[in-house]
Design a protein around this ligand. Sequence first.
Ligand SMILES: [Zn+2]
Length: 143
Amino acid sequence: MTLIPLRDGDWPDPPASPEATPFVAAAKEGRFLLRRCTACGKAHWYPRSLCPFCLGETAWEEASGEGTIYSYTVLTREDPPRAIAYVTLAEGPTLLTSLVDCEAGGLAVGQPVRLVFAASKNGTPVPCFRPVGNLSGAPPGAP
Ligand SMILES: [Zn+2]
């Protein structure tokens, strides 16, 4: 059994940028924001002021924090190990992230996951995901 923990304070600090300020402020309140195009209606990741599909204007919206594992790999040489993954959000975008608070052998493509924020070295929230029904015993859908 190989546990992949949530590692607060062990993440590099994301670069500060004016575009990311609303995202970081919401994340510090536990809310996960995406941007959605007001012209074509598609959500995207990472947040941009212009739509990557049609160059339309975009607006912030609060995302559900729910998604599924599109692909993943476990870095077993790390101690403790890490799991890097692409997670497809319920809103559509796929993001490169980390899976935390999980069992390395219990991961699967298509598995439902839920957002959890880990803290970077300076305390900036970093979006990570953990399987629904995780090892901490939280029921499916619990924050
Ligand atoms: Zn668009």
